[in-house]
Design a protein around this ligand. Structure first.
Ligand SMILES: Nc1ncnc2c1ncn2[C@@H]1O[C@H](COP(=O)(O)OP(=O)(O)OP(=O)(O)O)[C@@H](O)[C@H]1O
Ligand SMILES: O=P(O)(O)OC[C@H]1O[C@H](OP(=O)(O)OP(=O)(O)O)[C@H](O)[C@@H]1O
Length: 208
C-alpha cells in the first residue's frame, strides 16, 4: 500500500478548476465535495486526504509539511517566498499582477503611495525600477484606494479587467503572470518521491 499523501487545496476561485483537473487526472473524488463544508476529505481508495485551506495559507501547510503537496497561485508564491518546490504549472486560474491608477496621472515624486494586498511583490517591483514607495497594505477592494485619494497606484490582480474599468482606473505596468502551481514540501518530495511523481505525471497529461 502507498504511504498516505495529504494534499492542500485552495478554497474559493481556484477550487472548482483544480477539483475538475484532479477528476480528469483519474482521482476518485466524491462529487459532493464541491457542496460540502467539510475541511478535510479522506479518499481511502487512493490513500489520499485533502485539506481545504484559504489560498494564501496553502504554502504554509506545505512548508510545514502537514500537507505533502498543494495547489497555490503564483501570486501567493511570489508574495510569500516559502521553502517549497514548485513542481508544475497547472495553467488554471490565469490572471496577472499589475499596477493601476487613475488615468493620466503621475506618481507623487516625493512619497508615492502604493495600495496592495501584495506588499512584498509591490516593494520588490518598485525597488527593481528604482522607485522608493510607501506601501499601504489593504485586504480587498484595492481599487478604492486611488479613487478616494489613499494611494497613487495599486498593485493587484487583473483578470478580465472589469473591476479596473468599472472604477475608472487604467493599468500602468504588467508586473507578473499568474496561474496555479502544484507545490511540494521538500522533505515529502524526497521521502514520497515516487508517489508525488506519479501525481505530477498524471496531471501533466491533462495540463492544457
Ligand atoms: N480575478 C481574480 N482575482 C483574484 N484572484 C484570482 C483571480 N483570478 C484568479 N485568481 C487566483 O485565485 C486566487 C485567489 O482566490 P480567491 O479570490 O478565492 O481567494 P482570496 O483572495 O483569499 O479571496 P477572499 O479573501 O475573497 O476569500 C489568487 O491567489 C489567484 O492565484
Ligand atoms: O479583472 P477582474 O476580472 O475584474 O478581476 C480582478 C479583481 O478580482 C479580485 O478581487 P476580488 O473579487 O477577489 O475581491 P476583493 O476586492 O475582495 O479582493 C482582484 O483583487 C481584483 O479586484
Amino acid at each position: 500500500m502507498n504511504s498516505e499523501l495529504t494534499i492542500a487545496m485552495p478554497k474559493g476561485r481556484i477550487f472548482e478548476e483544480a477539483f475538475q483537473m484532479l477528476i480528469d487526472a483519474g482521482f476518485q473524488l466524491p462529487e459532493e465535495v464541491e457542496m460540502s463544508r467539510k475541511l478535510m476529505i479522506e479518499i481511502p481508495e487512493e490513500n489520499i486526504r485533502f485539506i481545504l485551506a484559504k489560498p494564501m495559507d496553502v504554502p504554509v501547510y506545505v512548508e510545514h509539511g502537514v500537507a505533502d503537496i498543494g495547489i497555490a497561485g503564483k501570486d501567493v508564491l511570489l508574495e510569500q517566498q516559502r521553502i517549497v518546490h514548485e513542481l508544475l504549472d497547472l495553467k488554471i486560474s490565469k490572471c496577472h499582477i499589475a499596477s493601476a491608477g487613475l488615468p493620466n496621472t503621475e506618481m507623487d515624486e516625493i512619497a508615492p503611495r502604493i495600495a496592495t494586498k501584495y506588499p512584498n511583490i509591490a516593494m520588490n517591483y518598485y525597488k527593481g525600477i528604482g522607485e522608493q514607495v510607501e506601501i499601504i497594505e489593504l485586504n480587498g477592494s484595492i481599487e478604492l484606494a486611488p479613487m478616494i485619494g489613499l494611494a497613487d497606484r495599486i498593485v493587484d490582480i487583473v483578470s478580465t479587467g472589469r473591476t479596473l474599468k468599472e472604477n475608472g482606473l487604467v493599468e500602468y505596468e504588467h508586473i507578473a503572470d499568474v496561474s496555479s502551481r502544484l507545490i511540494a514540501n521538500p522533505v515529502s518530495y524526497r521521502m514520497k518521491n515516487a508517489r508525488i511523481q506519479e501525481i505530477v505525471s498524471r496531471l501533466k497529461k491533462i495540463v492544457k
